[in-house]
Design a protein around this ligand. Structure first.
Ligand SMILES: *[C@@H]1O[C@H](CO)[C@@H](O)[C@H](O)[C@H]1NC(C)=O
Length: 212
């Protein structure tokens, strides 16, 4: 196998020669098909398996590949610049990118669906990930963080803001609401439920128990 730079040099020399000879051949009707260059070409050369992607068989089992292809039978496309982030070269200049990457050379990180709420899409160990600002979380930074927690079935709807179910109030939905107030020092402990102080009772702690 030839090194890349010498392959390239030979490629250029050979292409120049081919162009020259093609011109000569076209001008002479009795010229044989193809070109023969004793020191490079063997017109009887056999390449088995055959050269792919329009490669030319120049010596027995030696293919001269057309631009953009390489390998013993010119079976591999090469992409310059190379496909990044594990992308596969499909044909010259065309990369197939793994999930999470895009762009001509798979050089762009793509977070499917984007990153919300100011998150940044970056590559972490070859995977596209959203890096979220401090008060957001989730794969797309779609979930707000309520450091105080949302209790009693409340849900965090924005950083530090709980949406509370009916009957609860407060920053963490921790305060029960009693539509009718609890009387006589009673305490509202859950929606419309008073805990009464002795000797009171009743829904609003309005009754005084009779002592016998
Ligand atoms: C190429 O291979 C053919 C048979 O496949 C053989 O007859 C010929 O001599 C070979 N040419 C060279 C230069 O080795």
């Amino acid at each position: 196998m030839l090194s890349h730079s010498s392959t390239l040099l030979r490629t250029q020399l050979l292409l120049a020669t081919l162009a020259l000879l093609a011109g000569v051949c076209l001008g002479r009707s009795d010229a044989p098909r193809g070109v023969s260059l004793p020191f490079v070409f063997d017109v009887k050369a056999v390449c088995d398996p055959p050269c792919k992607h329009a490669g030319i068989c120049i010596r027995n089992n030696t293919c001269f590949c057309s631009q953009g292809y390489e390998g013993e039978t010119c079976q591999y496309a090469n992409c310059y610049p190379k496909c990044k982030n594990g992308g596969e070269c499909l044909r010259p200049g065309k990369c197939r990118c793994p999930p999470g990457f895009g762009g001509r050379y798979c050089h762009k990180v793509m977070c499917d669906g984007g990153c919300w709420n100011g998150g940044d899409c970056i590559a972490v160990n070859g995977e596209a990930k959203c890096i979220c600002p401090s008060s957001w979380t989730g794969s797309r930074c779609q979930e707000a963080i309520c450091p105080q927690g949302c209790r009693n079935g409340g849900s965090c709807v924005a950083p530090g803001i709980c949406s509370c179910p009916e009957g609860w109030l407060g920053g963490a939905c921790h305060t029960a609401v009693c539509k009718k107030p609890c009387l006589n020092g009673g305490k509202c402990v859950s929606p419309d439920t008073c805990r009464c102080r002795a000797p009171f009772s009743g829904p609003q702690c309005e009754e005084r128990k009779k002592l016998f």
